[in-house]
Design a protein around this ligand. Structure first.
Ligand SMILES: NC(=O)c1ccc[n+]([C@@H]2O[C@H](COP(=O)([O-])OP(=O)(O)OC[C@H]3O[C@@H](n4cnc5c(N)ncnc54)[C@H](OP(=O)(O)O)[C@@H]3O)[C@@H](O)[C@H]2O)c1
Length: 295
């Protein structure tokens, strides 16, 4: 029997509908949610991601402040800009588009973002909260995956989730979110011997490699009726493609996310959701008289 497509566009649209309502409600309280984006250099992929994120914001009524800076922008200059945005009460979320040019230290840059404006959920403070099951702002791709599972009423409790990725952006935060929902979680990566045996044991299989020359998740690696989440993005003959051999895997799995149209739209929707969460939190911070740079 053929499995079901997990439609990220459909789920992202339901999230966006809820966000539009929140934007209206915040507006009644005099809060205009605003996301500041920072792009260093002119990498075409990064430029197009930032432009899409700004369009998404406009689509749901979130304001944006656009900062496009030269490739040779220094660590100190970037630090100053982030400090300025941390203090700016009209800005609720700060997004620094990654990857950064070589001269910039990513960890140091991210660490400068106020945790209450950290809409990517990547600051060390928010990573710590995530590991303690207390994060408000969670990394967008992992929380988008949890949202799509929730929408389709796919329960992960007691099931074996295997994640092929150990990055700070995807694998590590997803590990915590799955664990929080009572899954038994295994993290795999490029040094995992006999990856196939782990994959074959997975009830929920998340693949986020993003290099089809090195790795493809084929049907023989998937357990009957498994749920397969494809995060990877690579280009094959100019077309965006995931890690998964979708037409064959969907014949065996119960659910599969397509690429494009799966995790990507969910990631974008979660950025909007985090911006609204940050804007709502800002209200409480003002009420309690706390500085916007303190968590
Ligand atoms: N759709 C979306 O919204 C979205 C969002 C975020 C990321 N992505 C995509 O997801 C992919 C991963 O992103 P990332 O930032 O996490 O990249 P990354 O840091 O390069 O992570 C890739 C992971 O894959 C592992 N890996 C590489 N080759 C492997 C192999 N042959 N077998 C098993 N594991 C292997 C790596 O292992 P090691 O750690 O051992 O190197 C690493 O953990 C990329 O394609 C990215 O574009 C998509």
């Amino acid at each position: 029997m053929t499995g079901q497509k997990l439609d990220g566009i459909l789920v992202a649209n339901t999230v966006k509908d809820r966000i539009r309502i929140s934007v209206e409600e915040l507006g009644k309280e005099g809060i205009e949610p605003c996301l500041a984006t920072i792009l260093i250099g002119e990498d075409p992929a990064s430029t197009s991601y930032v432009t899409s994120k700004q369009k998404d914001c406009a689509d749901v009524g979130i304001h944006t402040k656009d900062h496009r800076l030269p490739q040779n922008f220094s660590q100190a200059e970037l630090g100053e800009l982030i400090e300025l945005l941390n203090r700016d009460k009209t800005v609720h979320g700060i997004l620094v588009q990654l990857p950064l040019p070589k001269q910039l230290d990513e960890f140091e840059v991210i660490s400068k973002i106020s945790p209450v404006k950290d809409v990517d959920g990547l600051t060390p403070f928010n990573s710590g909260l995530l590991a303690s099951e207390r994060a408000l702002l969670k990394p967008c791709t992992p929380s988008g995956i949890m949202e799509i599972l929730d929408f389709y009423k796919i329960n992960v409790a007691g099931r074996h989730a295997v994640i092929i990725n150990r990055s700070n952006l995807v694998g590590k935060p997803l590990y915590h979110l799955m664990l929080e929902k009572d899954a038994t979680v295994t993290t795999c990566h490029s040094k995992t011997p006999d990856l196939k045996s782990f994959c074959l044991d997975a009830d929920i299989l998340v693949s986020a490699v993003g290099n089809r020359d090195k790795f493809t998740l084929t049907a023989d690696m998937v357990k009957e009726d498994a749920v397969v989440i494809d995060v990877g993005t690579s280009r094959i003959a100019g077309r965006v493609s995931g890690d998964v051999d979708y037409p064959n895997v969907i014949e065996k799995a119960s659910y599969v996310t397509p690429v494009p149209g799966g995790v990507g739209p969910m990631t974008r929707a979660m950025l909007l959701k985090n911006t609204i969460t940050a804007a709502s939190t800002s209200k409480e911070i003002v009420a309690h008289g706390r500085e916007s740079t303190s968590p």
